[in-house]
Ligand binder design. Sequence first.
Ligand code: NAI
Length: 696
Amino acid sequence: MSAHSDHVRHYRIGLAAVIEIDRPPVNAINHDIRAGLIAALTAIAGDAGVERIILAGAGEIFAAGADAGEFDLPMAQPDLPMVVAALESATVPVIAAIRGACLGGGLELALACRWRIAAPNAQLGLPEVILGVVPGSGGTQRLPRLVGMKAALSLISEGRSIRAGEALEIGLIDQQDDDPVAAALALDITDLDGRPPVSSLPAPSPDRELAEAALARARHRMPRQRAPEEAIRLIGIADSMSFEDALAEERATFLRLRGSEECRALRHIFFAERGARAPAHLKATAPAPLDSTIVIGGGTMGAGIAHALARAGTAVTLIERDDDALQAARKRMASLYDAAIRRWLLQAGAAAAEQDAIRFQAGYDGIENAGLVIEAVFEDMQVKRDVLTALDRAAPHAVLASNTSYLDIDIMAGCLADPSRLVGLHFFSPAHIMKLLEIVRGARSSDRALATGYALARRLRKIPVQVGVCDGFVGNRMLQRVREAAELLLLDGAETTQIDRVMREFGYAMGLFETQDMSGLDIAWANRRRQAATRDPARRYSRLSDLVCKAGWLGRKAGRGWYVYEDGTSVAPNPNVTPLIEAEAARHGIIRREMADDVVLRTLLLALINEAADILDQGIAGSASDIDLVLVHGYGFPRFRGGPLCHADRMGVGMIRESLLALQETDPMIWRLSPLIDRLANDGTGFLTPTIRRPA
Ligand code: NAI
């Protein structure tokens, strides 16, 4: 066994030299691995007894990609293209023996090998565009030569990865085997005689129709992002340039994108996602068992949560108020399963079996051994407290969770003999699809309750973000603030359609008013009525939304909201809204004037950023990254902008302070500069500075 660096070694088995990459957890390719691979190849070249080289990961992973943590550093030699070239020109054939992830730079290594054998669990792909770059070590040139234009365009421009079975079908691997290293050893070496390197295969001719379809798909799935379009362009040049020139063009594009704001923002979110897990002090705490879970309330959220739990293999009991409500909950569940079948997520037989296993009942009988109970009943403190009081006796050992959107879980916990059992688990709608889970830490929530929240997130493959108690927690509190700012912009002269367009142009899939119409205006209306008693009468308040609701324009489901709908499709702005805005502006003594798009956008962003800074300063969120995760995964903030606080750093905290101070002069209650922004601006730092750090 010879070690060539901390993470690369090779050993001999007969006439084979096996090179192993060993850098847990995912063999992310860093400088040490690159240098080690070159050293291993050089050492093996001097060994006359070797007839084949096998390249493998030491554990259950081949290599999950280049180490994105090095993106902020100057490029150190040898770079990955040098390693790829050395593999491809090795004196004896190199065979890639692939288990687990073989992604990005990992797949580029495998593409430089003469033969690829993968275990069924292998996952192969070039996901670089997801991080805002293109493959930079030959991926865009070798993959099309191996699998053709159609598969290459789809894999690279969508950043999609595939299993070994599909990889075999499209020709990306040559062989599938449970033990790829053993299969590589057993391979008859004469099978590789005369097998050309992938780079010398003919490039497929460009196909305009395919490229345009890929471009349309990329613009739809990752709007306004440069990397997918660049990837499609690079695949297109394979046929018209020499391989070397095309590689140089690919590398130059990779390096240019690597330094872009888009890449920085996407990398930030990628690391934030990877860092979203239980804090260290909870590691030793056992969560409640999740094999059987109770959901109270089978409305929009309860049904979605129960569906997600059942899909994750948990035995679910759904409790409703009475038989009529149970009937409605059953129907809701059935339509969720129908949708899963339509989307090819489940076959009809399996769906029926899973659905049959869900228990529907009225009342709390038989749940005394429950590990976790999640309530998703009406957003009303008294209703929630009544339910919790009943659960206190009915499920004496369970962790109790509330899916409340805004309410104070400390007040709820007050009706429990042991208030530490309660935690907030704030799901997002649709609960079986949305990735975010706010874990609301009450003043008395126990470690066990919190650990259960994290365990549930893992089980449901959701992104957990711990938040403290305040009205609306992180996400809804920021949403309320930005809605307030948007309505005041309307009074000042902006139009609903303008605000929605500006937000879409920034990268949101939908604007604020379009989104409200889609989800219905009534929930927020009920919430504003709840808040009315405690609202500071001195704070400027726009009644616009209330008036829209009072008129019965509750959004798409009512056929009319901020827009008018026909058959569920928006056909025009609601013509009655503008007179309403004008009347309200007059009531406030405001002379409406045209507003520039950049003013509209900046005002909305400043509202978000200032509120986020307060949330951070008050300890409601643990980090800027957590806030960015909430906004990106729960509220449609464009991922490629990294979340509001990543974007704030790009805008510059000094400029943000100046703008907020100017607004503060016009309205000191609504625009009170967050003390955190003031401190950051004084220190000359930002929310994420000095650099984007990887989770420990
Ligand atoms: P919903 O009105 O669709 O469903 C509530 C369900 O609770 C109804 O089916 C009702 O029959 C049932 N229920 C009421 N009292 C009950 C009781 N005592 N025992 C058993 N069942 C009872 O409401 P939705 O939208 O599902 O919201 C539920 C909770 O989730 C609320 O706290 C809400 O704030 C929260 N939430 C809602 C989101 C949304 O987008 N709709 C998003 C995130 C949280």
